[in-house]
Design a protein around this ligand. Structure first.
Ligand SMILES: Nc1ncnc2c1ncn2[C@@H]1O[C@H](COP(=O)(O)OP(=O)(O)OP(=O)(O)O)[C@@H](O)[C@H]1O
Length: 893
């Protein structure tokens, strides 16, 4: 660091254009102009001791601001000849260069004396011009008294503006100055540490302790990027207090700007650094691809295609506006940007949805439709009739908003296939939406696009797939929707099925209304009861009960076997399943209301036959090829040259052939033996019911479940106890009540009915009775089980076995009257499957017309109701029925 120096009264002057050298600063200059080269040569290079020169700032004439006192002519660091004209006359004015006559320069009145720390000389080739590189250190301020020329460069008479030690001491005693210097040191320290942190260097803070304060101010300001005017005012600040306060202001401002810049960088870094990086990488990749001639503009092409698709999608004007706004946003995004993909997928959906596209509706030919329904479905006369009525109304009034047809019935009775037949009759596309297990409203309405992984609801998604706005949509298993914390899908379905609302169906994902009014909705359910009543209100329920064995047989022969054969690439030429065998399949291998399992079993038979046929073909080819093989073993086998019938058995069938006489020329005929081999031993046997009721105390009951009717065996047992009743099984409250009443009734009435002797009844009085009712009965069905409970108890008390072919439920008693009520046919059909025959009780159940109003009640006829005061005539009839049933059950009539 420069100590205080003795300055001569005259100094050679090197002008600095728009630049200032402050005391304590070190700079490197390159002198190329003739005047500066001359100055360096004479004043510095050729002197033995390190010479001193004066650095005087000059302002460009273009800035036209006059600073300081008037002075002489001059030049710049780089070539001084460029500014030869004297602007402010001084003692001496001189013209240095004619070329730059018009250019004015403004000398500043104060400058800084500088000493050369290091110099080097160079010669330019080929011109031979000499240049100098000089490292200058600013020493102290001076003011110019007079400016003159010495040859080609300037000299000036100067007065040094150094602060003496005494002056420094004096100012240091000033309280303001001390406070100021403390403040300056602290911000200087801060600036240093910021710089050190950035440059990861340390130890610069030492300067604050070693360098005197008045010099520190200059050194710090010299390192800042400040304007020329500020630099000049710094030179002019000869007073220490003024200098320090200016320096404090400038350093503080600099610190402030560093902090702001840092804040911005941090924020921007956090937000964009990843995407910027990706963007840069992407750009680089693009450049590489371009370089390799691999330039494909996939994204732009895709967006253009998307826009084109949107234009052709027939979007309604408000939706088109919305979609184009989204497209504009998409175009501005980078493909790597978050949200790009979701926005694009959304627009693809909008472009793909059938806003206007509809399939041409066929002119409805009711006769042809009826024929088609008959061709596809056996029986179901009432159901088909109802469908024809529905279609007839649609034909007469296509925009009629009739109720939605809802097919209710056990599985496999043809609900789905009827719906698809309706679609075919209308010439419309068919869309099946399975609602089984749907608990989330978003499944119907979609998720809002704000959610990650959001997607449209099943309806909108389905419509996108069928690509027409007027398909037949089957809402399958509508009774299986449930509601939980994720909302209620049924309420969303309400909007879908309501003709008033579905014109503007709102899917959360799509976020614009979609018109569902052209869609023909149908629904299926196993049970109508769980369907929420507002939804049920909009639907017309068509019940499809199960099929009798005879109906199943005919369905199998006419529909299932031909379909199964063709599905397996077979024909009656390969496999024949006679009626008797189909009957066996129905009786021994299936016990269901519909025909789904039957179809499966037939398919298993067809598969076995297909394997057989395929293997047979292979064997034939094998025979010829094998003869040419040189293997001695094979040669031995064929040694006689005779045709060998080889049979390859399908896996899992056993070691024997399906039929040893099988030949391609004659079809394979399924028989009982084949059934056992392919389907295994019979699953259901006829004797089941009689074996089950072999012990007294077991009776046969009929229940209804969503899968159709069921036969259940109710067991009662007596044991030592206190006359209590124990019930097991998954029972609803009503059945429990029925059991209590049944026990009391038997104890009180059995003797009257002469079903058990008083002795027998008394014997059981003090005993505990345990009744087990198998699961499956639903609470609502409870009362009708009363008669079954009574039968079981009477059997227990009297130790008489019930007849295996007798069963009764409350409804069946009045069958002749309440047949249309759902579930009854299913129960009868279930009874049939167990070999339980219907008893003709018609003559017993002549309920007068006055009682018809009680039909609803009759559904629940049971032993409980008999004890209650219902209509007298019904009461009498029911009592007769029960008596009749019990007599029959115990073979007493
Ligand atoms: N009456 C019938 N005539 C001809 N085929 C029938 C008949 N009933 C049912 N099927 C056939 O039985 C199979 C099962 O029918 P489908 O799938 O329509 O039953 P579903 O009632 O809709 O059952 P789920 O309730 O389980 O959906 C189908 O192959 C169907 O063609």
């Amino acid at each position: 660091m420069a100590e205080s120096v003795e300055l001569p009264s005259r100094l050679a002057i090197l002008p600095f254009r728009n630049k200032v050298l402050l005391p304590g600063a070190i700079i490197c200059i390159r002198c190329t102009s003739s005047s500066s080269v001359k100055l360096v040569e004479q004043e510095l290079w050729q002197k033995e001791e390190k010479g001193l020169i004066g650095i005087l700032p000059v302002r460009d004439s273009s800035e036209n601001v006059m600073i300081g006192s008037a002075m002489a002519q001059g030049g710049g660091t780089e070539p001084p000849e460029r500014s030869p004209i004297i602007l402010f006359a001084s003692s001496d004015s001189h013209k240095l260069d004619e070329k730059n006559q018009e250019e004015f320069i403004h000398w500043h009145a104060r400058g800084v004396a500088a000493r050369a720390l290091h110099m080097s000389r160079g010669v330019e080739k080929p011109s031979g011009r000499v240049t100098y590189m000089v490292f200058l250190e600013g020493l102290c301020r001076f003011s110019v008294q007079e400016l003159n020329t010495r040859g080609t460069y300037y000299t000036a008479k100067i007065i040094p503006l150094q602060t003496t030690k005494a002056e420094i001491k004096l100012v240091e005693q000033d309280a303001d100055f001390r406070a100021l210097s403390l403040h300056f040191k602290s911000i200087a320290m801060e600036l240093i540490s910021v710089i050190e942190q950035k440059q990861k260097t340390f130890g610069r803070t030492k300067v604050l302790e070693t360098v005197p304060l008045h010099k520190l101010a200059d050194i710090f300001v010299a390192s800042l990027e400040i304007s020329f005017d500020e630099q000049l005012s710094m030179i002019d600040s000869v007073d220490l207090k003024v200098r320090l306060s200016k320096a404090t202001e400038l350093v503080e401002r600099h610190l402030q700007s560093i902090r702001i810049a840092e804040k911005i960088t941090q924020r921007v870094d956090g937000q964009l650094s990843k995407s910027q990086k990706e963007f840069l990488l992407h750009q680089q990749m693009k450049a590489i691809n371009e370089e390799l001639g691999d330039n494909d503009n996939d994204d732009e092409d895709d967006l253009a295609a998307l826009e084109n698709k949107m234009q052709n999608a027939g979007l309604p004007s408000n939706i088109s506006k919305h979609a184009h706004r989204e497209l504009r946003r998409l175009k501005k995004m980078q493909p790597q940007q978050p949200g790009y993909n979701s926005s694009r997928v959304y627009l693809e959906l909008i472009a793909d949805l059938p806003w206007k596209k509809a399939s041409q509706e066929l002119e409805l030919d009711l006769k042809a439709t009826k024929e088609m329904l008959d061709k596809d479905h056996y029986g179901l006369v009432m159901v088909k009739q109802r469908i024809i009525e529905y279609l007839a109304v649609r034909k007469l009034k296509p925009d009629a908003r009739g109720p939605v047809l809802c097919f209710v019935g056990p599985p496999g009775v043809g609900k789905t296939s009827l719906a698809s037949s309706i679609a075919a009759a209308l010439g419309k596309k068919f869309l099946r939406i399975s609602l089984g297990g749907v608990k989330d409203e978003a499944d119907i309405r979609g998720h809002r696009r704000t959610y990650i992984g959001s997607m449209p609801g099943r309806l909108i998604d389905g419509l996108k797939r069928v690509a027409v706005s007027n398909p037949v949509v089957l809402l399958d298993e509508i009774d299986k929707t449930g509601s939980d914390f994720r909302g209620d899908p049924a309420s969303a379905l309400l909007e879908v099925l309501d003709p008033e609302q579905n014109k503007t169906f709102h899917d959360h994902y799509l976020n614009v209304p979609f018109d569902l009014s052209n869609v023909v909705f149908l629904a299926t359910a196993n049970k109508a009861q769980p369907i929420p009543s507002p939804l049920l209100d909009r639907m017309q329920v068509i019940e499809l009960p199960g099929y009798t064995a005879g109906e199943k047989l005919r369905i199998a022969i006419r529909h299932l076997i031909p379909r199964v054969l063709s599905q397996h690439g077979l024909s009656p030429d390969f496999l024949q399943i006679p009626e008797a065998v189909v009957k066996l399949v129905i009786e021994r291998y299936t016990r269901e209301a519909g025909v789904r399992n039957l179809e499966r079993k037939l398919a298993t038979l067809a598969r076995a036959a297909a394997v057989k046929v395929a293997e047979q073909e292979q064997v034939v080819t094998l025979n010829h090829d094998i003869q040419q093989l040189p293997s001695p073993l094979i040669e031995n086998t064929f040694s006689g040259g005779a045709e060998v019938g080889m049979e390859v058995l399908p896996m899992g069938i056993g070691n024997h052939g399906i039929s040893s006489t099988f030949n391609m020329s004659s079809p394979l005929v399924a028989d009982e033996e084949m059934l056992e081999k392919v389907l295994g031993p019979p699953i259901y046997v006829e004797e089941e019911a009689s074996e089950r009721v072999a012990t007294p105390g077991v009776s046969v009951g009929l229940v209804w479940t969503p899968l159709g009717g069921e036969v259940q065996f109710v067991e009662a047992a007596a044991m030592v106890g206190k006359g209590e009743l124990r019930l097991t099984g998954q029972l609803g409250d009503i059945i429990k009540e029925s059991a209590q009443i049944a026990l009391s009734w038997v104890r009180a009435r059995a003797a009257d009915l002469k079903l058990a002797s008083t002795k027998e009844i008394n014997l059981l009085h003090g005993r505990d009775i345990h009744i087990h009712f198998p699961t499956g009965a639903i609470p609502k069905d409870g009362p009708s089980a009363g008669i079954t409970l009574v039968t079981a108890l009477v059997s227990l008390f009297s130790q008489r076995r019930v007849r295996a072919d007798t069963a009764m439920t409350g409804e069946m008693t009045l069958r002749g009257l309440v047949l249309p009520v759902g579930g009854i046919k299913d129960k009868i059909l279930a009874a049939h499957m167990y070999g339980i025959k219907e008893r003709n009780m018609k003559d017993l159940v002549e309920v007068p017309p006055t009682v018809l109003a009680q039909l609803e009640v009759s559904l629940y006829f049971s032993i409980n109701l008999i004890l209650l005061s219902i209509h007298h005539e019904v009461f009498t009839e029911v009592r007769r029925c029960i008596h009749f049933h019990l007599m029959q059950s115990f073979d007493l009539i």
